[in-house]
Design a protein around this ligand. Structure first.
Ligand code: TA6
Length: 273
């Protein structure tokens, strides 16, 4: 009998910080900076069975964000079993390549590699996509769908998006512009902010986390609000209160990657206090 459970990789750094990554979806499940408590939200009701998407942590969205295309919502990377590559005490590399199943719904040869690196105050997550085919360019959208843990969403603010355009997914993707300097959360909020700055700050009144990104042009901000959270079968009824998704994303302008070429995007989570 073979053990089919996906491998879990534990990372530790010398001053006590830790992170946990699973080969299921190439998914970061946990991040604790040194001397601190958990900074990622992972739903206690999440499913982990083969083919399920995990509710929380950092789902990898590839090769399609949301319903912006013909593939299953958010693509297939988050539900597949990845291969574990080079790992060490503070870093891990996971790899996903095309196979007969992926080529059936997305006819491209690719190699996606996820690099996770831990230091005392930081978690760096890099997503690298290679077009390993010889034919056409491949077109994709992608995101690191990071669920940050917050003390309470009602006292949480997100700073850095003032004056930026966004598509409001709760209003047929209406094109809007962020007016308030601090984004607050009173109900469901689901927005693709376009061409966003390098650093945003999440402040929940007790802790502050900088969310930095490179390579990804956009940032998706999502909280399901009370009604949607209550209707989700993998989230406790009030689970939305403890989470805020701030996602390094490439949605507005899909990547066109010619054969032999590489694209790379990174998100850095940095504990401020
Ligand atoms: O990134 C925001 C979003 O696209 C929302 O529209 C919301 O549906 C969320 O992702 C979660 O999607 P999921 O398929 O994981 O339930």
């Amino acid at each position: 009998m073979t053990d089919a459970s996906p491998r879990i990789i534990e990372l530790h750094e010398p001053s006590g910080g830790s992170a946990r990554v699973t080969a299921h979806g190439g998914h970061v499940l946990s991040w604790r900076p040194a001397g601190d408590s958990e900074r990622l939200f992972l739903s206690p009701d999440s499913r982990f069975d083969a083919g399920a998407s995990i509710r929380g942590g950092i789902p990898i969205i590839f090769p399609q964000f949301g319903a912006f295309g013909p593939l299953p919502k958010h693509g297939f990377a988050r539900t597949r079993l990845w291969t574990v590559g080079e790992t060490g005490p503070q870093h891990a590399t996971l790899i996903l390549e095309d196979d007969a199943e992926t080529r059936q719904i997305w006819p491209h040869a690719f190699r996606v590699s996820l690099q996770v690196r831990l230091s005392a105050d930081q978690l760096t997550v890099g997503l690298q996509v290679d077009n390993t085919g010889e034919g056409d360019a491949m077109r994709f959208t992608a995101a690191l769908h990071t669920y940050l843990r917050v003390a309470d969403i009602s006292s949480t603010g997100l700073v850095g998006l003032a004056n930026h355009r966004y598509w409001d997914a709760t209003a047929d993707c209406a094109d809007e512009r962020q007016a308030a300097p601090v984004l607050r959360f009173v109900d469901e909020l689901d927005r693709v902010y376009l061409q966003t700055p390098h650093t945003l700050t999440v402040d929940d009144g007790a802790r502050r986390t900088n969310v930095e990104q490179q390579g990804f042009a956009d940032t998706v901000v999502w909280n399901p609000g009370p009604a949607k959270a209550a209707a989700m079968d993998d989230m406790p009824p009030d689970g939305h209160r403890q989470m805020l998704c701030v996602e390094a994303a490439q949605v507005g302008q899909p990547i066109e990657l010619p054969p032999g070429q590489r694209w790379r995007g990174t998100q850095v989570l940095h504990r401020v206090v």
